[in-house]
Design a protein around this ligand. Structure first.
Ligand SMILES: Cc1ncc(COP(=O)(O)O)c(C=O)c1O
Length: 398
């Protein structure tokens, strides 16, 4: 952890906790690196569902080619937070009202999930045009991945066998401009696995376009760039991914690729910081009860992992009784909820952990606060802190 960040966390008072602390400088540096690693013919969109905190979006908007949204709510949020940034609208079950909203907003791309969506769209296109990608669920074997959204029966995208009917509908509606295909098959892929998938997708897409006499302008490879919650210091290998995409593009002149990662972009910049309220033993096992819990940071419950953390020791103790502690032993970190599922990390070996010490959970910048069940038990919400050490741009002399 950066020294400034550690100092900041150390300086937080008990009444400031729990808190989400976002390191905007880290985010800026990270997304700048991602952009630099990608070839020119790859457009970078950020999947807003991973974390749509306005301050994060504002930092990202200077470095991405656009945002991917998956609801009318996200669309409105991006329009108001980052006006003018191109938006791609995807996701299943778009309502007629959302499609109308997308058309009125003049979205850059609409990712079509089904034939039903195309029919709905056709009825709304009075004197308006729209650029679409057809989202396809390709029959590609995925191997072990964190979250599969395709390559098997799935509510996401269209089976290749259903594309002909979509092409027929599009042929009858010149206001729908087909630009290519979209594929988001899995989350949690490393760079090698993602490139392997990309190669298979491009082979399939070029053959499909050729068979149908179409010009393939664009392929969106989705998100799903993996991160390792057991190795918070390690990031997705963007350099290798960029090099691989450059090589793939050599075989496809005129094609533009798009990617729409979420987790791998923002996960590292966020920390959930809290304090140890109690340490107790049950049948010989140590439990540290923390202020807050999975109603603020649901990620370890949904992914069934140990959220990585750093102990930030607090040395002062002014109570007359002995300070409860765990020493050189495995400890399970739990929250304040009345459910055995409220576990943030299980049986993790610690050197020393005491009541009053702070815990800074890492990798809490994506699918964390925004996917959590905030109102369960009505504990107070966390505070949100945004640290930014970016040099203030020099003011021009008057
Ligand atoms: C269509 C689509 N694109 C992009 C993403 C972002 O994926 P990730 O956050 O794993 O990069 C998702 C996540 O579910 C998605 O469904």
């Amino acid at each position: 952890m950066r020294t400034e960040l550690l100092q900041y966390i150390d300086g937080l008072d008990a009444e400031d906790l729990p808190a989400y602390v976002y390191d905007l400088s880290d985010l800026r540096e990270h997304v700048t690196g991602i952009r630099a690693a990608l070839p020119e013919r790859v457009q970078l969109l950020y999947a807003a569902k991973a974390n749509s905190d306005p301050r994060l979006l504002t930092v990202l908007s200077d470095h991405v080619d656009g945002f991917e949204v998956a609801s009318g709510g996200e669309l409105h949020h991006i329009q108001t937070t980052c006006p003018g940034t191109p938006i791609a609208f995807g996701g299943p079950g778009k309502t007629p009202a959302e499609l109308e909203q997308a058309l009125q907003a003049g979205v850059d791309r609409l990712h079509i999930e089904s034939e039903q969506e195309l029919h709905l769209l056709t009825g709304l296109l009075v004197e308006r045009t729209v650029d679409v990608l057809l989202r396809v669920n390709l029959p590609i074997a995925l191997g072990p991945v964190a979250l599969a959204m395709g390559g098997r029966p799935s509510p996401f995208g269209l089976d290749p066998g259903h594309l002909d009917r979509c092409l027929a509908l599009i042929a009858d509606e010149p206001r729908i401009r087909l630009r290519g295909i979209h594929v988001h098959l899995a989350s949690g892929l490393d760079a090698t696995a993602h490139l392997d998938l990309a190669a298979q997708v491009l082979t399939w897409a070029s053959e499909w376009a050729k068979e149908n006499g179409l010009e393939l302008a664009e392929v969106n490879l989705g998100g799903g760039m993996g991160v390792d919650y057991a190795r918070p210091d390690r990031r997705f290998d963007w350099a290798a991914f960029g090099t691989g995409l450059r090589r793939l593009l050599e075989g496809h002149p005129g094609l533009t690729l798009r990617i729409e990662p979420g987790r791998s972009v923002t996960v590292h910049c966020g920390r959930y910081v809290t304090e140890v309220l109690d340490i107790k033993r049950s049948r010989g096992h140590a439990f540290a009860v923390l202020r807050g819990g999975t109603h603020h940071l649901r990620t370890p419950a949904t992914k069934q992992h140990d959220q990585p953390f750093t102990i930030v020791p607090a040395d002062s103790w002014d109570q007359p009784w002995e300070r409860p502690q765990a020493q050189n032993e495995p400890v399970t970190l739990v929250g304040q909820l009345c459910t055995p599922k409220d576990v943030l990390a299980r049986s993790v070996q610690v050197g020393r952990l005491r009541v009053g010490d702070k815990i800074a959970f890492a990798m809490a910048g994506a699918y964390a606060w925004n996917i959590s069940h905030h109102d369960f038990l009505m504990h107070p919400a966390p505070r949100f802190h945004h640290l930014d050490h970016a040099p203030v741009p020099a003011r021009p002399h008057p």
